[in-house]
Design a protein around this ligand. Structure first.
Ligand SMILES: [Zn+2]
Length: 317
């Protein structure tokens, strides 16, 4: 028997979950094979299907049953994709503007410690599961701890001025417990800063976007979910900020916009996974066309609003 599907939302805990699309795990495995050349079918255990669902209370979108990637899966990705972490993420510089030199900072999922290297603060603690990343961080004088935030917070209550995580939340099997533990480690009035891929962005939310499926991503985050944090947790939303679309992504943006429009004529608009033979052919064709005709040079201003990531700044009450 496979893992059971969730009937309650993994963010707000309400029983208001409805299915958007039922996905065959074979089709998800085929997508990973096609696009990245990796074999991942073991990750789904004995589940033949996974539901892509949305919560009608908080609008979190997620995949259930929860099949979050194993350590083997992430090693496989690292082998195929080269090193996984990026030293100069936009959200690092945005978050840094909210951090004072006198602050104590806790980062969850610190990767290779690149954010720590940008900071000049009174104290920094980073948590990380990936041992290769911990070794890499150590070479740049960043010491990371291999521990979960849930465990760490029990021994470090109300200790930090800022708790942050970047590109972590979308991988987390229980975001409610994760956020509550993050808040537990934070002083009253302290800031929780979260960077996640924006589900409003066509750069990260197009059909068959392979890394946006389990076992890699488990949740998708829209703006209204971010605003709903005030109803779910004891926080005040200080800011919700979208990374802008940079010029080097104009070709991708235009390609995704046109490809999405074409694929919507073959299958329901709300479906996120469609036949990948068709999807990848359309994508290849459109990409060539965009480059040849220079279509990316003519993009409407409104299409440049939502870049890859959204950054939430929350204050603990
Ligand atoms: Zn919910």
């Amino acid at each position: 028997m496979g893992i059971l599907k969730n009937t309650a939302c993994i963010l707000c805990n309400k029983e208001t979950v409805e299915t958007v699309q039922q996905l065959k795990t074979d089709a998800i495995a085929a997508l990973y094979k096609n696009r990245l050349g990796v074999a991942i079918s073991d990750e789904f255990k004995e589940n033949n299907t996974i539901d892509y669902v949305k919560c009608t209370s908080c609008n979190l979108h997620f995949f259930t049953p929860i099949c979050n990637g194993s350590a083997d899966f992430y090693e496989l990705l690292q082998e195929k994709q080269g090193f996984y972490y990026n030293a100069n993420r936009y959200e690092f510089f945005f978050a840094k503007n909210h951090i004072k030199n006198t602050d104590s900072v806790l980062e969850i999922g610190a990767g290779s410690g690149y954010f720590a290297n940008l900071l000049n603060v009174s104290s920094y603690v980073g948590l990380e599961y990936n041992n290769k990343a911990i070794e890499d961080a150590a070479t740049r004088n960043v010491t990371l701890i291999n521990q979960s935030i849930e465990d760490f917070a029990t021994t470090h209550p109300e200790e930090f001025d800022v708790v942050c995580n970047f590109q972590v939340l979308e991988h987390v099997p229980n975001p409610n417990a994760f956020i509550n533990a993050s808040l537990a480690a934070l002083k009253k009035g302290g800031l929780l800063i979260i960077g996640v891929p924006a589900a409003n962005s066509i750069l990260t939310n197009n059909k068959n976007h392979v890394l946006n499926f389990p076992p890699h991503h488990i949740t998708r985050w829209y703006n209204d979910t971010c605003h709903n944090f005030e109803q779910i947790f004891d926080v005040e939303v200080v800011e919700i900020h979208h990374e802008p679309v940079t010029e080097k992504l104009y070709k991708n943006l235009k390609t995704n916009t046109i490809t999405e429009r074409i694929l919507n004529t073959f299958s329901p608009k709300k479906h996120i996974l469609v036949n990948d033979t068709i999807a990848s052919k359309v994508d290849t064709l459109v990409r060539k066309l965009v480059a040849k005709l220079g279509l990316h040079k003519n993009i409407a201003k409104k299409d440049l609003v939502y870049g890859e990531s959204v950054i939430l700044v929350l204050r603990k009450k």
